[in-house]
Design a protein around this ligand. Structure first.
Ligand SMILES: Cc1ncc(COP(=O)(O)O)c(C=O)c1O
Length: 461
């Protein structure tokens, strides 16, 4: 009788799972690390190795791992009412509670929420609602979208088109003639030789000119993250967010603030557009930290002004024909309600406001290393950019795989960070305390030293 071969989870994964953003050159050989449990700031793999989670999963496990209170609440909701559809004539207590809580947290008249299962879907919804809104207003030509180079807005067909990261678009098609991109507010690369305010003026002039070139009658919206995340943790120059919003106001261009990463405490505030940057967007997009990643959830919030139009359809179809099976999922919304409650009781925004500047200053000490060209970000949303030559800001060649090297050295020493191109990104759980910050910095220092000696040996520096 033939012996049944039992494959390990590692083999099953390698043979059957298609991972997001996988480099297949490495994957088939190396497979992936299978994680089995997590608690507090730490995650553990199938072989029992423990790592400090410097990425909060993927910018999302804001309250930390293994929170019993949240897990129990989710479990109770699943037992009580796991699911019923929310189409028109049905609703659930958690969705109602969460939408009301979000209206309290969001600035001004952002009082209405459409739920989905993540950031990409929430951005898709935002664009569909913008187009629908202008159709209802009798402005069907107002459809074009302005986004930014290096903006990250997700991975559905539409969200990927909104995304301005060109390397991620290689080989894929984009929705044609819909999205137009302006320069990223990336001072380290795009603002060389300019003061902060000159750079800001340049970006604002460019945005206004782009609207005029496309024709304001054809431009529907501008989409932007207050601080850019996956595109490189890019902090715009002072005043940029408010000034871009003012330009949009001037030309009746709706402003979509993509706070998928920045909302729910990463910068020390539940919502940042108003609190930190002084403007109220027409649409606010949230995901990730809204449920601390315990279950998938995304939210698209619209203002009263937009809602008044959306709720008054004028054409042959009187209903809003947009929705997903899992819109307003009771378990996901319950997770959102309890997660926010826990965040408030633990004063996690306060923790980030208190320790964020310390984290920033500790990371700044890494500038002393010859391959660290820039250290940037804010509070618990930080990155370092690695360069071959500091004075010339020369990047490493792609094949040097430089951030992956730092990542692997960190991993070996028990720390998970996120490598993206020439960047190492840090986005820890908001529960990170001083000891966790110190341990992170200690490991990153050792890892940078190990990386530099590898690179020297191989002639890269
Ligand atoms: C700013 C921003 N928007 C949207 C998304 C997409 O979210 P999701 O991966 O949940 O679809 C992300 C994901 O990283 C993001 O960072």
């Amino acid at each position: 009788m033939a012996e049944t071969v039992v494959k390990s989870p590692w083999e099953l994964d390698r043979d059957h799972v298609i991972h997001p953003y996988t480099n297949f050159l490495h994957f088939h050989k190396e497979g992936t690390t299978i994680f089995t449990r997590a608690e507090g700031h730490h995650i553990e793999d199938i072989d029992g190795n423990r790592y400090l989670d410097g990425m909060a999963g993927l910018w999302c496990v804001n309250i930390g791992h293994g929170n019993r209170e949240l897990a129990d609440y989710i479990g109770r909701q699943a037992a009580e009412l796991a699911y019923f559809n929310t189409f028109e004539n049905a609703g659930s207590v958690p969705a109602a509670q969460l939408a009301a809580k979000l209206a309290e947290l969001a600035p001004g008249d952002l009082n209405h929420t459409f739920f989905g299962t993540g950031g990409s879907m929430a951005n898709d919804t935002a664009i569909k609602l913008v187009h629908y809104y202008f159709n209802l207003l009798g402005k069907p030509r107002k459809k074009k979208i302005i986004s930014r180079e290096l903006g990250y807005h997700g991975s559905t067909y539409l969200a990927h088109t909104l995304t301005g990261i060109t390397w991620s678009q290689i080989g894929f098609d984009l929705v044609p003639d819909l999205v137009h991109y302006v320069t990223a507010p990336y001072a380290y690369r795009n603002g060389v030789g300019m003061t902060d305010s000159e750079f800001c003026d340049m970006l604002i002039t460019e945005l206004e000119q782009k609207i005029l070139d496309l024709d304001p009658e054809h431009v529907a919206c501008f989409i932007a993250e207050p601080i850019m995340g996956a595109g490189g943790v890019i902090v715009p120059p002072q005043g940029y967010q408010r000034r871009t919003w003012e330009i949009c106001q001037k030309y009746d261009v709706l402003y979509i603030s993509d706070e998928v990463v920045t909302a729910f405490g990463r910068l020390g505030h539940m919502v940042t557009s108003q609190d930190l940057f002084g403007f109220q967007p027409d649409i606010l997009v949230m995901a990730k930290g809204i449920s601390s990643g315990y279950v998938p959830l995304g939210a698209t919030m619209v203002s009263d002004r937009m809602y008044e139009v959306l709720k008054t359809p004028k054409d042959a179809n009187p209903s809003l024909s947009h929705g997903f099976t899992y819109s307003g999922h009771p378990v996901a919304c319950a997770a959102g309600v309890k997660n926010i409650d826990i965040m408030e009781r633990m004063d996690l925004c306060g923790n980030v406001r208190r320790l964020g500047p310390y984290f920033e200053s500790q990371l700044q000490t890494l500038s002393a290393y010859e391959i660290v060209g820039d250290v940037r970000g804010s509070h618990y949303m930080m990155c370092i950019e690695l360069v071959r030559d500091k004075a010339g800001r020369t990047p490493f060649p792609e094949e040097a795989d430089v951030s992956k090297r730092v990542y692997l050295h960190c991993k070996q020493r028990g720390l998970m960070i996120r490598p993206i191109g020439s960047l190492c990104v840090f986005s820890p759980p908001l529960t990170f305390d001083k000891d966790a910050i110190d341990e992170t910095i200690h490991i990153v220092k050792q890892s940078l030293e190990a990386t530099i000696s590898d690179l020297k040996r191989e002639g890269y520096v």
